[in-house]
Design a binder for this molecule. Structure first.
Ligand code: ATP
Ligand code: MG
Length: 311
């Protein structure tokens, strides 16, 4: 008895493999396009900082954490910071607030920053006050929802706050009162900001006890010590006792730019070399990040809007 013939034209046995091959080619082209135009990094993911001594890449998550970066002038702090700022700028799921007393270090990223504070202490204080009130409103919403911290599904963007040369604002310009107000605000953001999605990255050339008191240092989950002149100043960054155990940023040769010790909460300092972005690479990345931010509808150069939660 003959088998029933299915209805409709049967695809030619030669045509079917060609259709499948065409489909694969289409998929491969889509994958190539996706590689050329990746969706970009996210602030919820790890950030590439450089390489360890064994050549392995060092990537650390910064969400719910803060970082202290310190070391002598020219040691590589701003180059190290550039890796973090580049990642944050390209991550359209976060906001970027930059403070740079020197103006020109983080200034290259100005077009990506929601707020850029240059060498003006009263502007710095007013920006920190805005951040503090944003943090407080976020906590009010979290409290209302009986939750402890922001989550990626909230639609509330983490805010990456990068301060290059902390001591400029806390010990160099302005009156004692203003410097004190600045330091108190930074301390509050570092102490309370994490769960509200405020990530503070602070750098200083002066790893001295007046700039980084122990009580402030211990609030930073990550400490990154570039070359320091003495074991004591290295310990001020990494924590007391590390130098005597052989982990000291004073052991870094003066010509070894970009080498430092990175200590993550609860771990052991790791000697790493920060990735280096040339000025040309920074310009190109900053332009790309600014275009992405514009396309994503992220406002620049204005104060924070009221919190809008999607849950
Ligand atoms: N990871 C690195 N790889 C290669 N070269 C580096 C690296 N880090 C720093 N350098 C070199 O050292 C120079 C000084 O670095 P950088 O400006 O980051 O120092 P700094 O610690 O921020 O100094 P300052 O305290 O004066 O601002 C850079 O211009 C660069 O030439
Ligand atoms: Mg610098």
């Amino acid at each position: 008895m003959p088998l029933p013939v299915p209805e409709g034209p049967e695809p030619d046995r030669w045509v079917r493999p060609l259709l499948v091959a065409a489909r694969w080619a289409q998929d491969a082209a889509a994958r190539r396009r996706a590689r050329r135009e990746p969706s970009g990094p996210s602030i919820w993911g790890p950030i590439h900082l450089g390489t360890a001594e064994d050549g392995r890449p060092i990537r650390v998550p910064l969400i719910y954490r803060n970082m202290l970066v310190a070391g002598e002038p020219g040691a590589g702090k701003s180059v190290g910071l550039n890796n973090i700022v580049a990642h944050a700028a390209l991550s359209v799921d976060c906001r970027l607030w930059l403070f740079d007393g020197k103006i020109v270090e983080l200034g290259l990223w100005r077009s990506c920053a929601e707020r850029f504070v240059a060498n003006d202490l009263s502007d710095a204080i007013s920006a920190l006050l805005d951040l503090q009130s944003e943090m407080d409103s976020r906590y009010a919403v979290l409290d209302d929802q009986r939750r402890r911290k922001v989550a990626p599904t909230d639609g509330v963007a983490p805010i990456v706050v990068v301060l290059d040369e902390l001591a400029y604002f806390s010990a160099t310009v302005g009156t004692k009162r203003e410097q004190e107000a600045f330091s108190v605000l930074v301390r509050d953001l570092v102490a309370r900001g994490r769960a509200a999605g405020v990530i503070v990255i602070a750098a200083t050339q002066r790893p001295s006890a007046d700039i980084i008191p122990t009580s402030l240092r211990d609030l930073f989950g990550y400490k990154w010590a570039f070359r320091c002149t003495t074991d004591t100043s290295s310990d001020i960054v990494l924590g007391h006792g590390w130098a005597s155990r052989g982990y000291t940023a004073a052991s870094v040769a003066p010509e070894a730019k970009g080498i430092g010790f990175l200590l993550a909460e609860g771990g052991v300092p790791r000697r790493i070399k920060a990735a280096h972005l040339s000025d040309e690479q920074v310009y190109a990345l900053a332009d790309r990040a600014a275009r992405r931010r514009l396309a994503a509808g992220i406002a620049h150069g204005q104060d924070l809007e009221p919190v809008r939660w999607s849950v």
